[in-house]
Design a protein around this ligand. Structure first.
Ligand SMILES: Nc1ncnc2c1ncn2[C@@H]1O[C@H](COP(=O)(O)OP(=O)(O)OP(=O)(O)O)[C@@H](O)[C@H]1O
Ligand SMILES: [Mg+2]
Length: 237
């Protein structure tokens, strides 16, 4: 059974006459430990899809089943534990807090629950995993873009989520640095995380497609396809 299953999912913003179908009857199955890229033009519904997977927003219709649970029908209390335990987010602009050091930035998602002594050990293991084991005490303002994104990935992993959702994780990085971030995300999939990457960069889609765990999907006007079409990235009439 798939870890993530979307069945006839639509997300409509606005009222009848001004409605925007950000997602239009989307069906998608993602198995555990797979890594997928989602590519499509600006406004095609990529972030909307990630936000629904992360339970940051709810669908207008359809079902989103993650780990056997229909997240569209969970009460708010269960949704917050879903967000805490099941998903980790990575963003284009890192969202690190400049006044905290690296270690404390990784621990941020735990603040609402109270930071325990074992958590620092776990944060150090994650720092080692992302290749920055000796930078725990550094100020984040001094880090490069690639280092900042590695820290953001470690932060996304602190609760040991099953799913990593990355919205343009390499959008602010040069291509070499971006490649190393994709390699890190591929390593996570090899370690049984399920990874969903929204990207505008065809090189990232290619790196994922060439990996045995990887798949590319495309989206246009809120509808998914398994193959890109030539006019997908063109301007409208
Ligand atoms: N909160 C909202 N209220 C109204 N419309 C919204 C809202 N969020 C997104 N939309 C609209 O839904 C559509 C899909 O937006 P979305 O942010 O998912 O696109 P995207 O593919 O992530 O684009 P980009 O590549 O520019 O980030 C767009 O037309 C957008 O204007
Ligand atoms: Mg977006």
């Amino acid at each position: 059974m798939s870890l993530i299953s979307l069945k006839n999912v639509s997300k409509i913003y606005g009222e009848e006459r001004t409605e925007i179908r950000a997602l239009d009857n989307v069906n998608l199955e993602i198995e555990k430990g797979k890594i997928i890229t989602i590519m499509g033009p600006s406004g095609s519904g990529k972030s909307t899809l990630l936000n629904l997977l992360g339970a940051m927003d709810s669908p207008t219709s359809g079902k989103i089943i993650v780990g056997g649970r229909d997240i569209g029908s969970l009460p708010e209390r269960k949704l917050s534990s879903y967000r805490k335990e099941t998903v980790g987010f990575v963003f284009q602009t890192f969202y690190l807090l400049p006044n905290l050091n690296v270690m404390d930035n990784i621990l941020i998602p735990l603040i609402p629950y109270g930071i325990k002594s074992g958590n620092r050990k776990r944060a150090q293991e994650l720092l080692d995993l992302v290749g920055l084991g000796n930078r725990g005490e550094s100020k984040v303002g001094k880090l490069s873009g690639g280092e900042s994104q590695r820290i953001a990935i470690a932060r996304a992993l602190i609760n040991d989520p099953k799913v990593i959702l990355a919205d343009e994780p390499t959008g602010n990085l040069d291509s070499e640095t971006g490649k190393s971030i994709v390699e890190l995300l591929l390593k996570l999939a090899e370690n049984e995380k399920t990874v969903v990457i929204v990207t505008h960069d065809p090189r990232i889609a290619q790196a994922v497609a060439e990996h045995p765990l990887g798949t590319n999907i495309w989206i246009k006007d809120g509808q998914l396809s398994e193959k890109p079409t030539y006019n997908m990235f063109c301007w409208g009439e």
